[in-house]
Write a protein that binds this ligand. Structure first.
Ligand SMILES: [Zn+2]
Length: 102
């Protein structure tokens, strides 16, 4: 979330706060969380995809995904279903992460 917000020109302070891009303010009231942005001023709550959609005025989430994919060089093949191997590798990573965190 932080990478995308900074990529869109938001300045994030050491407390993770930033000026809300969705309403006018002089004191930062939007907080950047690892996977979302929440504004305590206007109440906006968006994840990376919702944020991109809102900032660029994109109608559909898939358009935001495509934009992020291009802008950040994620090399995701959109429209292609993941292979069984990719899915099991992903599940393995999630499992490992979970074990690490416990
Ligand atoms: Zn706001």
């Amino acid at each position: 979330m932080r990478t995308v917000a900074e990529g869109c020109g938001l300045h994030i302070d050491c407390g993770g706060m930033t000026l809300c891009p969705f309403h006018n303010e002089r004191i930062p009231s939007a907080k950047i969380y690892p996977d979302n942005l929440h504004c305590f001023g206007c109440g906006v709550h968006v994840d990376v995809i919702g944020f991109t959609q809102k900032i660029f005025g994109l109608e559909k989430p898939i358009d935001a995904v495509k934009k992020l994919n291009e802008d950040f060089g994620l090399n995701i093949e959109i429209g292609k279903a993941p292979t069984t191997k990719e899915v099991s590798e992903y599940q393995k990573r999630v499992q490992e992460k979970h074990e690490y965190e416990v």
